[in-house]
Design a binder for this molecule. Structure first.
Ligand code: PLP
Length: 368
């Protein structure tokens, strides 16, 4: 493992926990293939480190958002093929075809362009039909599906390998989610009259443990892969935390009574206060929104409240109750003791926003 002694802040990534989390889902849904979602730096964990750690697993695709991310999966030397989840620009289609990456299909015009590129490069183009069952973001509308299967079946350079859709409210609108599932089931039935569609996928983390979509045979796993299930489920407690954000104390001082701490003095000491400065701030992804929310770090076996505003590179915490603390001591900023859900609630955002905010300045350290 890397030497972290000179790091001010770093994210320790437990790749074994990721493999474990995939296996938990596999046990619950043994008949479903898995797409591991690695977009946005693999939810802050770092794309290269994650795809290398997962490349020998039983994973069908690595889900990415952009061509640049697909390229990074490719350059990491992965066996598993990237799948670009959203729509692509016309100019991006050529590289997709050349590499044999998987892409989504939202219209017949896209399909025709892909087909002509397939002819040009003499390659099969592997595509998944995206169906908009209610997300309102991409895909063909269910009303546009009649006739599409036949039209696509006639494109000789296309391999229409799958069909998928995305749920918009699985964690809070059960009846709408059931409507989306029924709409997807109808779409699959319709398309299967003319296409084989070996991959059919709808559920991601907020749905895998709580809904069933009988026609599907693959799940897309983002948050659950990284140990966070957004829905109550008996399986949640089996998931393991995959990322711990650490930072080091850089300075310890005693401030006198009535002394302002950090920008604009939103905190003022109420007596002599032992204050530790810690080397992490919003420039590292420790959100400014956490300022004055009761946020705390875990340091030398106890919780220490953050005082005043988060600054770009540093925070100040109250360590008056600690018997010993000195520069170099390691604070847990997020992890087992400070779950990302806690930061999510305090910052009034969503978990994926907290985790994807960890910036490029923070080295990722992988433990096997
Ligand atoms: C990001 C994304 C996912 C992963 O979602 P989680 O809720 O994190 O599992 C799945 N499918 C699509 C289309 C996405 O864009």
């Amino acid at each position: 493992m890397q030497d972290t002694s000179l790091y001010r802040a770093w994210a320790q990534v437990d790749t074994d926990a990721m493999r474990h989390n995939l296996r938990v889902v596999k046990r619950v849904l043994p008949g479903h293939k898995q797409m591991a979602i690695v977009k946005a730096e693999a939810y802050g964990h770092g794309i290269e480190g994650v795809v290398k750690a997962l490349d020998n697993e039983d994973i069908a695709f690595f889900g990415v958002a952009t061509i640049a991310e697909a390229q990074r999966v490719h350059d990491a030397g992965c066996r598993i093929c990237p799948f670009i989840l959203g729509p692509c620009f016309p100019a991006e289609r050529e590289i997709i075809v050349q590499h044999g990456w998987r892409a989504a299909l939202s219209s017949l015009e896209e399909a025709e362009h892909f087909n002509s590129l397939g002819r040009l490069y003499n390659k099969k183009v592997h595509l998944h039909i995206s169906v908009d069952t209610g997300m309102g973001r991409a895909g063909l509308l269910p009303n546009d599906l009649p006739g599409i299967g036949e039209a696509l079946g006639n494109c000789e350079h296309l391999d229409i390998e799958g069909v998928y859709s995305h749920l918009s409210a699985a964690s809070d609108d059960i009846s709408f989610t059931h409507r989306q599932i029924r709409s997807f089931e109808r779409a699959v039935k319709e398309l299967q009259t003319s296409l084989a569609l070996p991959y059919r996928h709808l559920c991601s983390s907020s749905a895998v443990f709580n809904y069933s979509a009988p026609s599907t045979n693959m799940v897309r796993l983002g948050r659950i892969l990284y140990g966070y299930s957004p829905m109550p489920s008996p399986y949640n407690k089996e998931l393991r935390n995959t990322l711990t954000l650490y930072s080091r104390v850089t300075l310890v001082r005693t401030l006198p009574d009535n002394h302002g701490v950090s920008y604009n003095h939103t905190y003022i000491t109420t007596g002599p206060t032992r204050v530790a400065t810690i080397g992490i701030g919003f420039g590292d992804g420790y959100l400014h929104y956490l300022s004055n929310t009761g946020a705390r770090v875990y340091l030398n076996g106890s919780y220490c409240p953050v005082l005043g505003r988060i600054t770009m590179d540093q925070i100040m915490v109250d360590v008056s109750h600690l018997s010993a603390v000195e520069p170099g001591d390691v604070a847990e900023i997020m992890g087992e003791n400070v779950p990302w859900q806690e930061l999510t609630t305090r910052a009034r955002t969503i978990p994926s926003n907290v985790i994807t905010s960890i910036s490029a300045r923070v080295p990722r350290v992988y433990v096997p």
